[in-house]
Design a binder for this molecule. Structure first.
Ligand SMILES: [Zn+2]
Length: 386
């Protein structure tokens, strides 16, 4: 591994510990992370110089009676901006360093790449103006609905029809803050690790359903990117040989059965009236429509099969399901768990929790904030995250 990369990983992990355990001592950071003393102390000093943390007396701590020093995140230092690009909307959220959203704004978007840089620069200025908390913008994170390489090239985003767009270069001419860009699902998984139900997990598999199904592999305390940062397209594992065509150009992908739009269009094809989006599907299910419940049940079987594969490959302690999957938890959970149990290796299934995300259904757009926070606390300049 590259030296600066290792430092980045250490820095992120140390900041994470301080964030989730306010008043933690350096000694406890060393104990929790297993990093050596000089690494922890040099990174903590750097955070201190940047004003990202504050030190305070923690009362008597050590055996020699010296007060142990507690470290906490500076609540008033600096702001982060998260931007989420979707097919029909651009969302902006401004937050403090602790990830608490302060102002959220959304504007319509026509999906054209031509004005993306101008619209994002304008949206950032607007959300900053709407936030009355003083402070410098430390970083901007932009989450994109497609495959993003380590170089900041958006390779393919079927939802908006973009191919080979150099988003990082495009935006860096208009956005004059440290800029961090990445895939929306991986950003959402990172948000789960920073602010959600995975804060104490070093390993989890994340699946997010929306316009398509994306995935992320969070392994050994970090996002696994593979050779070029594109790894983790879990929505495109094949669950049915010669199955349904998928938006990725292939056939029989999990996404073609369990994406919110896939379940919605199946319900429409079965002649159920008044269904134009996934929320309508959920309303019908809540009203006990048997046709709709059957569609959701069959989707759950596909989901369970996909999860069984992930369990067998990664032996993960946790599989987290977000987006439309989380919204439909009540209808999906029983059959999903049953099918995963039936198909996965029993001893591995027994060690895996399958959980539905709480924060992803709430639309707080924390993915971009997670990218920005990860970038800022990684102590690097602007860059691209897998
Ligand atoms: Zn596919």
């Amino acid at each position: 591994m590259h030296k600066s990369y290792i430092r980045r990983f250490h820095a992120n992990e140390i900041f994470h510990r301080i964030r989730i355990e306010p008043q933690i001592s350096q000694r406890d950071i060393i104990a929790r992370t297993g990093f050596d003393k000089s690494t922890v102390s040099s990174i903590v000093n750097r955070f201190d110089e940047l004003g990202l943390i504050r030190r305070s007396s923690n009362g008597p701590g050590s055996k020699r009676g010296r007060p142990a020093e507690g470290l906490s995140i500076s609540p008033d230092k600096g702001l982060l901006i998260g931007v989420q690009v979707e097919r029909t909307a651009l969302s902006f959220v401004i937050s403090a360093l602790d990830g608490q959203p302060l102002v959220t704004q959304q504007q319509r978007f026509d999906g054209g790449v031509g004005k993306l840089d101008t619209l994002i620069a304008r949206g950032i200025a607007k959300v900053r103006a709407a936030c009355d908390r003083p402070g410098e913008i430390l970083g901007v994170g932009v989450s994109l609905p497609g495959l993003v390489t380590d170089e900041g090239l958006l390779v393919h985003a079927p939802i908006v029809g973009w191919h080979d767009v150099p988003v990082f270069d495009l935006l860096s001419s208009k956005v004059h803050y440290p800029l961090f860009i990445g895939n929306d699902v991986k950003a959402a998984a990172m948000a789960e690790h920073m602010f959600g139900d995975c804060v104490d997990e070093d390993d989890f598999i994340y699946l997010f359903s929306g316009s398509g199904v994306g995935g992320a592999l969070f392994l050994g305390g970090e996002m696994y990117g593979g050779a070029t940062g594109l790894a983790g397209e879990l929505g495109h594992v094949k669950v049915v040989p010669q199955g349904r065509p998928c938006s990725c150009g292939s056939y029989g992908c999990l996404s073609a059965y369990v994406a919110g739009y896939a379940m919605t269009s199946e319900v429409q094809h079965l002649g159920i009236e008044g269904v134009s989006e996934f929320g309508d599907v959920l309303k019908q299910a809540a009203g006990g429509n048997l046709v709709v419940l059957d569609v959701l049940n069959r989707a759950a079987l596909m989901l369970g099969a996909g999860i069984a594969n992930f369990i067998n490959i990664f032996n993960p302690p946790l599989v987290m399901l977000g987006g439309d999957l989380a919204r439909a938890e009540a209808y999906l959970r029983p059959a999903t768990e049953q099918e995963a149990r039936r198909l996965a290796h029993p001893s591995m299934f027994a060690q895996t929790r399958i959980t539905f995300s709480k924060i992803s259904a709430s639309k707080s757009y924390l993915g971009g904030v997670a990218l920005a926070l990860d970038g800022v606390t990684g102590l690097d300049a602007s860059h691209v995250l897998p």
